[in-house]
Design a protein around this ligand. Sequence first.
Ligand SMILES: [Zn+2]
Length: 248
Amino acid sequence: MVGVDLGIKTLAVLSTGQEFPNPRHSGGALGKVRQLSRTVSRRVGPYDNATKTHRVPSNRWRRAVAALGKAQGRVADQRKDGLHKLTTTLAKEYGTVVIEDLFAAGMLKNHRLARHIADASFGEFRRQLEYKTVWNGGRTVVVDRWFCSSKTCSGCGAVKTKLDLSVRTYVCTECGLVLDRDLNAARNLAARGEAMVAGSGPETVNGRGGVGVLALPVKRQPGTAQAGNTGPVQPQGRTAVRELTKVH
Ligand SMILES: [Zn+2]
């Protein structure tokens, strides 16, 4: 079992301490994108900001836009390549891979510009991981979105109320643990996954496509309608049973 914390500066940190560097930081392709987008904005484009009118763009602008597109494509390719290497390694080397929910990862850890890019790669990361772990006879476990993997101490379980993104080292005021922020998060994910699997947690994703999520037992609030008579909830319950029988 391994917990995986996805990041921006580092592609991923595993609960074992292993790190996967982000390819876009090593290649320098991102710098090229920044440089080219500045070039594009200096040239005569289809919109004149001074007069707020449209105009015929220059050929130099068109060429710069084409070059920018090419550079962006290279960055995307590098990221894709890095993701595939990461998910292949994880699926081959570990039986159970524990990851965060997309919402938690996207909302709490990523900042501004990088966010939508990171969110997109997170979805892709999860998709690849789910089918590759199935290929290798393993599974992917997604922890619930409200689990604070970053703010929780992996040593004693204390939870901080606030932890700024700029703080890269987790320092626990309760037990004195000092640990890299991402490694702390990855260890928390591993422990959480372990607990979920041990308790055969309903959130466990058994392989592909979040089938396990669909198979969630339908939770009914006390005092609401009787089982089998829950109105809008019912179709979902039926789907869950069908999916379950299909998989097992
Ligand atoms: Zn602690």
